[in-house]
Structures are given as C-alpha cells and as structure tokens.
Write a protein that binds this ligand. Structure first.
Ligand SMILES: Nc1ncnc2c1ncn2[C@@H]1O[C@H](COP(=O)(O)OP(=O)(O)OP(=O)(O)O)[C@@H](O)[C@H]1O
Ligand SMILES: [Mg+2]
Length: 144
C-alpha cells in the first residue's frame, strides 16, 4: 500500500504521469486495469488527465458523463476511460464488450467509480482510492 498527499490538481496529474510511465513497461497477458474509487471531486478525472498526458494523448480529457466509455488511441493499443457513476449494474458494461477489452493485453483501462461495478473488475486490477482532505489536498492510495 502506497499513499501520497497532493496539494494541487497539477501534483495529482504529475503523480499519475509517473505511475503511468512505470506501469506501461510491464508486460502482461491481460489489459492493464486501474480501478479508481472515492468521493465526488476526489480527483479521479484529474488523475486520468495526467496519466493520458504521460502517454502523449493530447485530446481533451472530459468526465465521460454522457458517454460511458471514451476510447483513445495509443501507439501501443487503446486506452479506455470508463465512468461507472451512472451505471445501474455491471451488465451495461458487459453488453458493451468489456470482457474482450479486459482480455486484450494491448489495452489500458481506467475506470472511475470502479467500486460500483466491482464484480467485473479483474483480480489483477490496481485499485486506487481518492480522498478529499481539504480544498486543494487529496490523499491518493494505491491499494495493492
Ligand atoms: N490535489 C488535488 N488533486 C486533484 N484535484 C484537485 C486537487 N485540489 C483541488 N482539486 C480540484 O478538485 C476537483 C477534482 O475533480 P475531478 O473531476 O478530478 O474529481 P473526480 O474524482 O473525477 O470526481 P467525480 O466523481 O465527480 O467524477 C477539480 O476541480 C480539481 O481542480
Ligand atoms: Mg470524474
């Protein structure tokens, strides 16, 4: 378990970027899955923004409020940004082929509100918890 306290959105982005660079070099036979959990405004989308920047994704990162899955193309494969906040059940993701996405080792999958769809999150996923401490302070914990 590793914890960090960040004092600004920029610091959260930087932490995510460092983690991204560390994780993408690891070879796996399944997708790299990051399961993000924690309260509203905890910094999950901000974290994803930093993660994508490190992988040279330059499109704007939005909270996928209306679209369930945002797909970004990387040189090495695809990166999926999923927000489970509005989901009634994991069935919605199963219908969209989430199992195939998880099974492809070229994919990276970042899921906000992953605790709402816990049943379908692969066992190999890295869980990251976001806590709102103060206005600009967030505690980010990698729960592995
Ligand atoms: N240290 C910090 N790290 C991340 N965000 C911070 C920090 N300090 C302040 N903020 C602000 O907190 C907000 C975090 O919002 P963000 O959309 O990243 O959270 P979220 O966890 O994705 O929320 P939601 O559950 O609504 O999707 C942003 O407005 C950001 O500017
Ligand atoms: Mg968000």
């Amino acid at each position: 378990m590793q914890s960090i306290i960040t004092e600004s959105p920029k610091e959260t982005e930087k932490f995510a970027a460092q983690l991204a660079k560390k994780l993408i070099n690891k070879k796996n036979n399944k997708a790299l899955v990051l399961a993000l959990e924690g309260e509203l405004g905890g910094g999950k989308t901000t974290f994803i923004k930093g993660f994508l920047k490190a992988l040279k994704v330059i499109e704007k990162v939005l909270s996928p409020t209306f679209v369930l899955i945002h797909k970004h193309h990387l040189k090495s494969g695809d990166l999926y940004h999923i927000d489970a906040y509005r989901l009634k059940s994991e069935k919605d993701l199963l219908k969209l082929g989430i199992k195939e996405i998880f099974n492809n080792p070229k994919n990276i999958v970042l899921i906000e509100w992953a605790d709402r769809v816990k049943k379908i999150i692969p066992k190999t996923a890295i869980w990251i918890r976001f806590e709102h401490l103060e206005k600009n302070r967030r505690k980010i914990t990698i729960e592995q």
